[in-house]
Design a protein around this ligand. Structure first.
Ligand code: HEC
Ligand code: HEC
Ligand code: HEC
Ligand code: HEC
Ligand code: HEC
Length: 234
């Protein structure tokens, strides 16, 4: 990794501490953007164990709520990946009578039982990752504010294999922090991705009148998304 960081990068904490170094940051940022290979870029979709876990099937067709598996997403900064025991609830031998009788299904889910048997975890490849120098990305605070998974991860319920749809760049974070109105929804709807997609599209189509609802959410919830360096880079 270290070869990717130019020498001046060592001065980064100092730069960050200056706070108002916005102009510098954009010069530096521009250089960095074009000079950094994007390991985790839009469209990034690694090969997953067992041919991949289908959100389209589980969260879409079967209608499972995100929090059934990503149990910590509302309470902790990190959204957890579920342990294999969560899968065993349905994929243990004989649980899904009809489906496990089908040979192809049995074969395609065998890696779950194999991992469980030897007390191993499934080695899922990570898709979304901000660089380590971004110290603070709290899932819980965003969910609590009424930002849906949809705004940052796209329509997961239609993905046979998860891929990245947003750049996760600093400009992307700040665009929303400066203008939250197009993104905020009812708090109890944040994991209802199909509803959210339709709702947010309708809001944009309504123009000013639609955005007024988002602004009302922002004010009522007393939100204060940070733009100062230290909040994300301390
Ligand atoms: C049945 C369990 C289950 C449900 C329900 C579920 N997920 Fe997942 N999710 C997983 C597993 C397992 C992975 C890791 C494998 C992968 O990346 O596909 C994962 C990965 C992800 C990732 C990519 C993580 C990374 O590596 O960056 C995102 C984003 C995600 N889920 C969002 C959601 C959203 C949003 C919902 C609700 C609409 C949801 N998940 C519902 C099990 C689940
Ligand atoms: C609430 C029950 C439930 C849980 C929990 C669950 N699944 Fe499933 N899964 C199903 C059902 C039902 C099917 C079969 C659907 C069908 O064939 O129509 C299925 C199918 C699959 C398939 C086969 C897909 C195919 O194309 O045949 C895989 C692989 C899979 N699940 C992986 C997982 C993994 C990994 C987890 C844990 C992260 C998990 N499932 C958790 C219910 C569940
Ligand atoms: C404001 C944007 C945003 C929202 C809202 C959001 N995420 Fe994320 N998510 C991210 C970012 C950024 C990362 C990478 C974080 C990192 O590298 O620390 C990520 C990573 C993840 C991961 C991978 C975690 C890991 O350790 O592999 C999962 C799973 C995930 N998100 C699920 C969800 C679910 C489920 C929701 C909705 C309940 C959600 N996210 C809402 C931006 C968001
Ligand atoms: C779609 C909108 C959206 C995106 C994208 C987004 N945020 Fe936020 N973020 C918010 C909102 C709204 C709040 C305000 C929460 C509050 O005031 O309670 C917030 C608050 C925060 C906070 C303050 C947490 C606290 O303790 O008060 C941090 C840190 C943060 N975001 C980091 C990030 C980073 C890093 C990214 C990009 C990887 C990002 N955000 C992308 C909407 C977004
Ligand atoms: C809302 C969160 C947030 C705030 C506030 C923020 N940054 Fe960032 N910053 C990020 C993220 C996320 C990245 C990673 C971008 C990537 O991977 O492309 C980043 C990357 C950087 C980089 C590497 C160059 C680049 O653009 O990719 C520098 C330098 C930097 N930030 C400086 C600053 C400075 C100086 C400030 C204050 C003026 C600041 N940041 C404020 C989230 C933030």
């Amino acid at each position: 990794m270290s070869v990717l960081f130019p020498k001046w990068f060592n001065a980064f904490p100092t730069i960050a501490a200056l706070g108002g170094a916005g102009a510098l940051a954009s010069v530096v940022g521009g250089f960095w953007y074009y000079a950094t290979p994007k390991f985790f870029a839009v469209g990034y979709e690694p090969t997953q164990p067992g041919g991949g876990f289908s959100h389209q099937l589980h969260a879409g067709k079967l209608g499972m709520d995100c929090r059934y598996c990503h149990t910590h997403v509302e309470t902790s900064p990190e959204a957890n990946i579920p342990p294999v025991s969560t899968c065993m609830g349905c994929h243990a031998d004989g649980r899904l009578k009809l489906q496990t009788d089908r040979p192809t299904h049995k074969e395609r889910t065998q890696f779950i039982r194999d991992a469980y048997e030897v007390n191993a975890s499934v080695e899922w490849r990570r898709v979304h990752k901000v660089p380590d120098y971004v110290r603070n990305f709290p899932h819980n605070i965003h969910i609590e504010a009424g930002v849906s998974c949809y705004s940052c991860h796209g329509q997961i319920t239609q993905m046979p294999v998860v891929h990245q749809v947003e750049p996760l760049s600093m400009a992307w974070c700040l665009d929303c922090h400066r203008n939250t109105a197009p993104h905020l929804v009812e708090r109890d709807r944040v994991t209802d991705l199909k509803w959210v997609e339709e709702h947010l599209k309708a809001r944009v189509a309504l123009g000013e009148q639609g955005l007024a609802q988002g602004r009302r959410f922002h004010d009522d919830r007393n939100l204060n998304p940070p733009e100062t360096c230290a909040h994300c880079h301390y």
